[in-house]
Design a protein around this ligand. Structure first.
Ligand SMILES: N[C@@H](Cc1c[nH]c[nH+]1)C(=O)O
Length: 392
């Protein structure tokens, strides 16, 4: 008797069937070609990392981590992110390599999902890390590269929202003082719960001027003029520096010719707590949630004892493919059906066609359940049947 779980999978785990696999491979290849031409080198890191180091540095919610134990009782995690493992590598195996280091990756990541969420808990991400470069040129480069990679994948009508976590913190801190109160409001932003943000601000014991400054943050979305409005809300050094960086970034992105994709959004607060500066998210036209994101993380490397400034991005392949909505068919060119007597001839023909780069299925007629159905999925069907006859 079969067990009741026979066809079930753990929550959030998915099979990748050929039709999807083919699409993903194609998109991966297209984006990788682009990323390589920008001088990024490939890297792969292990699926499992120590919870104590990479697990905590990844800054993913504790309950989203898949944990397991090794034979010595150490807690391991399935990597939820590539940025922290790469920071580990940059600070250890690559410690003698001079900065900046440009790396790219595509690998599966693991983030446990709520049962109701229905989102995959394992997904593929392609991304880059530019480690050891604190210039705004580096922020501009990774944003422009993300756009170039998305363009290469065939994605149209997408937008990249750019914000600055330094500015958000500066404003919230200037008005609220305590980090605890800052955290609460930051969480509303992270959840994109602007109604909750408004209600919470209204409930705070603050002057109406201060309340309006906080509510003013929600208006800071749009074009370049947003930067002027942002400058009015808070004048601390940190805020000024953030706005200056964004101004410079605008110029850099204009230089790359990608201004049309960009909008400023000071409400951006990311799911990763390691971000320290310019942050960004890519949105496809048809999806309400970001399919790519990234930003500057200038304090993460110090956790691995090689302090360095860095930035990067990750593109989720499952969400990108959803946004692309392509009808890629799993294509097979030729089917050679043979009977035993002419098997040798059939094998030779298959060999010759494969050499030409054709995809050839070589099939003994006796093993076929339904010849008509089988034939339908091929553009070319050849028969090698009967004794010494000619190819049919
Ligand atoms: N690791 C981030 C993306 C990123 C790469 N570099 C910087 N940020 C994520 O998974 O969302």
């Amino acid at each position: 008797m079969s067990t009741p779980f026979m066809f079930e999978k753990p929550v959030g785990m998915r099979d990748t069937l050929p039709s999807y696999y083919v699409k993903e491979e194609k998109v991966k290849r297209q984006m990788e070609e682009e990323i390589k031409t920008w001088g990024y080198l490939p890297i792969r890191t292990p699926t499992l990392e120590y919870y104590e180091t990479v697990g905590t540095a990844s800054a993913i919610l504790e309950k989203q981590l898949f944990k397991l134990l090794d034979q010595d009782g150490n807690t391991l995690v399935l990597r939820p992110d590539m940025t922290a493992p790469i920071a580990r590598v940059a600070a250890s195996s690559l410690k003698d390599q001079v900065f900046p280091i440009r790396l790219f990756y595509h690998d599966s990541l693991f983030r446990a999902q709520e049962r109701e969420g229905g989102r995959p808990a394992e997904f593929n991400q392609m991304g880059v890390e530019l480690v050891g470069d604190g210039t705004t040129s580096a922020d501009g480069e990774v944003i422009a590269l993300m756009i170039a990679a998305l363009e290469k994948s065939g994605l149209k009508d997408f937008k990249v929202a750019v914000g600055h976590i330094g500015y958000v913190n500066a404003l919230l801190q200037d008005v609220l003082g305590s980090e605890e109160r800052v955290q609460t409001l930051r969480r509303y932003l992270y959840e994109k719960n602007y109604v909750g943000f408004r209600q919470h601000v209204k409930s705070l014991p603050l002057s109406s001027i201060d309340k309006n400054r906080l509510l003013g943050l929600l208006e800071l979305r749009g074009g370049i003029e947003t930067l002027e409005k942002a400058a009015e809300l808070v004048q601390t050094e940190e805020a000024k520096k953030s706005i200056q960086e964004l101004k410079e970034l605008e110029e850099i992105l204009a230089g790359y010719g990608v201004t049309e994709y960009i909008k400023i959004d000071f409400n951006l607060v990311m799911h990763m707590s390691y971000y320290t500066g310019i942050v960004f998210e890519g949105y496809g036209n048809r999806l309400g949630f970001p399919l790519s994101s990234g930003g500057r993380y200038d304090e993460l490397l110090a956790k691995f004892h090689r302090p360095a400034q860095a930035t990067g991005f990750g593109i989720r392949l499952d969400l990108l493919i959803e946004a692309l909505d392509t009808k890629e068919e799993v294509r097979q060119d030729t089917c050679i059906l043979f009977s035993k007597e002419r098997r040798g001839e059939a094998i030779q023909t298959a060999k010759a066609l494969r050499k030409e780069g054709k995809r050839v299925v070589l099939q003994d007629l006796q093993g076929v359940e339904n010849v008509d159905e089988l034939s339908e999925s091929f553009s070319d069907v050849r028969y090698f049947i009967g004794k010494n006859g000619q190819e049919g």
